[in-house]
Design a protein around this ligand. Structure first.
Ligand code: NAD
Ligand code: IPM
Ligand code: MN
Length: 367
């Protein structure tokens, strides 16, 4: 049978609690759909590794990870041990750039059984995809401090937009939109205030829009876009944004759809030269780590996106369907962020059991 080699990196905090639930569900799906997952777990990209080695990753991490079919990642960050910019630039951001995972795909969907904090929204009302540029933009290491310690102390950090980098993520987003029933796309901008890079983004997006006449494309400035996410989330279908704007929108969107604890993401290298990386949108949540109450759904749904990417769409659909029916039908296992008093294990276990024994998951075959 088909065999996939998966590198697993739990990381820190609740990453270590939700990754095992993700794996439990992936194994259940593999069993039902008749493929094998060969798992190799790594302890690097964690504060523990940092304490032992003085680095977040081994020097040969590219060779170590480069041959896997995919990377299943939890979360990194224990700021009391390693400053966040050191741990994240030393791990996750290296993977995204080093493996040219230039698309960060982050679905936002109000699922059955989950209550939106917004008024008057039913499941199905909120259903869009955020396509976040993932290798350049505002996340650049070009800059520095000069005249440190003097009155002239000056700090610069450049935004980088390359034609290739901007066009390829826009093309991915337009292709996605063209394949969806609504064929609507909004690009985030801020060309009124950020007067060099954002007008460039607009120019490239408008040029791309001309190549997709069947896609209804428009743009919103990032400030009003955040307001519209709250006031009319049903308006959106595909939203494409620069690295920083996409980061912000992808916490806001899931919060509007109930909790960031369920939000998945796929860091995709569409060329498939390198492995893609699948992780929840949330972080290591130090405030709840160690208590067994983290919501595992973001990790499990990220696993579904990984199965889809590996070429197992039926298994992916089954996992998503199991998530939806457990959230809807098992209030007894829901974690506190969903208003319940269940645990990471009770929710993950119920989803795994639903995958193994529930009705065939042919519905909702989407990322
Ligand atoms: P966070 O996502 O870790 O937590 C934000 C809030 O959401 C917290 O109150 C947390 O308890 C809650 N939350 C997050 N995930 C949850 C889940 N699965 N179930 C229930 N509640 C959940 O963001 P933060 O507080 O800004 O960052 C904490 C640490 O995580 C920092 O070190 C940060 O740099 C890191 N971080 C890492 C990643 C990543 O590895 N991809 C992403 C974001 C933040
Ligand atoms: C995310 C996270 C990361 C990001 C951090 C931890 C560097 O917030 O994946 O959304 O900003 O990309
Ligand atoms: Mn983020």
């Amino acid at each position: 049978s088909q065999r996939y080699r998966i590198a697993v990196i739990p990381g820190d905090g609740i990453g270590r609690e939700v990754v095992p639930e993700g794996l439990r569900c992936l194994h259940a799906a593999a069993e039902v759909h008749g493929f094998e997952l060969e798992i190799a777990e790594f302890s690097f990209a964690s504060a523990d590794y940092w304490q032992r080695h003085g680095a977040m990753l081994p020097p040969d991490w590219r060779e170590v990870l480069g041959g896997f079919d995919a990377i299943f990642f939890g979360a990194v960050g224990r700021p009391e041990v390693v400053p966040d910019h050191v741990s994240l630039w030393g791990s996750l951001l290296q993977f995204r750039r080093g493996f040219d995972q230039y698309v960060n795909l982050r679905p936002v969907r109000l699922l059955r059984g989950v209550r939106s904090p917004l008024r008057d929204h039913e499941p199905g009302d909120i259903d869009f995809l955020i396509v976040r540029e993932n290798t350049e933009g505002e996340y650049s290491s070009i800059g520095g401090r000069i005249f440190e310690g003097t009155d002239r102390e000056t700090v610069l950090q450049e935004t980088v937009m390359t034609r290739t980098g901007v066009d390829r993520v826009l093309r991915y987003a337009f292709e996605l939109a063209a394949g969806r029933p609504r064929r609507q796309l909004t690009w985030a901008t801020k060309s009124n205030g950020i007067s060099i890079s954002m007008p460039y983004w607009d120019e490239r997006a408008a040029a791309m829009a001309r190549r997709y006449p069947d896609v209804a494309a428009d743009s919103d400035h990032i400030d009003i876009l955040t307001a519209k996410f709250v006031l009319q989330p049903q308006r959106y279908d595909v939203v494409v944004a620069s690295n920083l704007f996409g980061d912000i929108l992808s916490d806001l969107g899931p919060a509007c759809a109930g909790t960031i604890g369920i939000a998945p993401s796929a860091n995709i290298n569409p060329d498939r030269t390198w492995p893609s990386l699948f992780e929840p949108v949330h972080g290591s949540a130090p405030d709840i780590a160690g208590r067994g109450i983290a919501n595992p759904v973001g990790q499990i749904w990220s696993g579904a996106m990984m199965l889809d990417h590996l070429g197992e769409p039926a298994a992916a659909a089954r996992v998503v369907a199991a998530i939806e029916s457990v959230l809807d039908e098992r209030p007894d296992v829901l974690t506190p962020d969903l208003g319940g008093s269940g645990t990471t294990g009770s929710l993950g276990g119920a989803i795994a059991a639903e995958i193994a024994g529930g009705p065939s998951g042919q519905r909702g075959a989407r990322p």
